[in-house]
Design a protein. Structure first.
Length: 431
């Protein structure tokens, strides 16, 4: 049996062990410590988000961000339906009700048209949501300009789920936002013309290149083992709102008051990142640009072999005109009537050759844990294991789930590894 090719395994850069060794030498092993402080500082410098708190997971970061916004029982939160469940479960932790918004075909992200229509409907009903949580799917930025504009118009804060989009960029052309961004924000260079320094604001024509999550009330990042940069587990809550981050920091440390003894006037959580994991994060952050570059090369390699029009029935996830996707995973759509077999047959063929692939996220509105309620007749929740939710649209996400397949995209893959995947995909068609 040939060596297994994983979907998106960790890829160490080399310096991680150096920082971990420093953590051991200092004997700061438990949560908090100099590596955590340095990681938060360097993360802020890289993303341009002024304040950061390193946490145990992206889900923990989402939980704290939504708690700060006052989400509680009876409150609705508008979320992407095509996403990982970790961006939605914190709504249920707080007793809120998720409302799932469909994606568009141009970006696969939350549809701004549907979002605007739903906010208008909610405003007329006098029941605006407490927050909007769009997901930057597979490393592609949402249409930030349109989402920010409509949410600002209705006074609804945005918490961006940037768990999959570390290193991704979007082009901000709004002059007011450019002025708000300031001249000290950090963006990174890319090999296609954004020759920018770490502490510069990128300009392209009349716009600025900003890191994913910039401009939201808060942004949530994940460093799970399969992400483009990893700390094995962990996350970050980042914002330009210092008060939000300090409150989240307080809650993440069991809400301990500043006394010699342990005193608590609020309930908190054990959510802080350990010094060891932060050390790994520092090493990963240092090579992030290389990882994004390689992810995009992998996408281009797959696209050249499978997506140039000679093979009917295969489409690739598009890249939005306003952004630069990190291509965390290369994702294809397979139309069986044209290709010959469906994506599940391709997945099984790859697995038979010891290659991991995976379907696109199953939309949240199709998850059995949620019980959908209609506007005309809200169902009474009969199963305590289910959570009431609503859905706006859903057909686009359902189609992407039905036809979508994530191909192996690990940055340590060789071209020979990629050819091995491509050959099996092509054999499926011939079969």
């Amino acid at each position: 049996m040939k060596n297994r090719i994983f979907l998106s395994p960790p890829h160490m850069g080399g310096d991680e062990i150096k920082y971990v060794q420093k953590a051991f030498e200092s004997n700061y092993i438990a949560p908090l410590g100099p590596q955590v402080d340095a990681f938060e500082r360097e993360f802020s410098e890289y993303t341009g988000l002024q304040y950061c708190v390193a946490l145990a997971s992206g889900t923990a970061a989402m939980h704290l961000g939504l708690r700060y916004l006052g989400i509680g029982p009876g409150d609705e939160v508008l979320c992407s339906t095509l996403t990982f469940i970790g961006s939605v479960t914190p709504v249920t932790f707080l007793g809120g009700t998720p409302v799932f918004i469909d994606c568009d075909r141009e970006t696969w992200n939350m549809d701004p048209v549907l979002l605007e229509a739903e906010l208008e409907r909610c405003a007329k009903a006098g029941n605006l949501p407490k927050a909007v949580v769009p997901t930057d799917l597979y490393g592609q930025c949402c249409d930030y300009a349109r989402i920010y504009e409509v949410c600002e118009r209705f006074g609804v804060p945005v918490v961006m789920d940037v768990a999959e989009a570390m290193g991704a960029r979007y082009l901000r052309t709004d002059e007011r936002e450019s002025e708000r961004a300031g001249e000290s924000e950090s963006v990174k260079a890319d090999e296609e013309g954004l020759k920018l320094g770490r502490s510069e604001v990128g300009k392209s024509g009349t716009g600025r290149w900003l890191h994913a999550g910039k401009g939201a009330r808060a942004a949530v990042f994940s460093f799970n083992g399969n992400k483009i940069m990893t700390t094995s587990g962990g996350g970050m809550l980042a914002s330009d709102d210092g008060e939000l981050i300090e409150k989240a920091r307080f809650w993440s440390q069991q809400a301990r008051e500043p006394f010699v003894h342990y005193e608590h006037t609020e309930i908190g959580y054990n959510y802080r990142m350990s010094n060891i994991l932060a050390a790994i994060g520092r090493g990963q952050l240092a090579v992030l640009d290389e990882r994004v570059r390689r992810k995009r090369e992998i996408f281009d390699y797959y696209h050249a072999a499978l997506g140039c029009g000679d093979i009917p029935g295969i489409e690739f996830m598009p890249e939005a005109s306003y952004g630069r996707c990190n291509r965390w995973l290369t994702v294809v759509l397979i139309t069986p009537e044209m290709f010959g077999v469906d994506c599940e047959a391709v997945r099984q063929a790859l697995e038979a050759e010891n290659i991991e692939s995976r379907p696109v996220w199953k939309p949240m509105h199709l998850q059995p844990v949620f019980e959908l309620a209609t506007e005309r007749h809200r169902k009474t929740q009969t199963d305590k294991r289910k959570y009431t939710a609503r859905c706006v649209g859903g057909k686009v996400a359902e189609d992407l789930f039905e036809r979508g397949l994530c191909l192996p995209s690990g940055t340590a893959m060789t071209n020979s590894d990629l050819d091995r995947v491509i050959d099996i995909v092509l054999k499926c068609r011939r079969a």
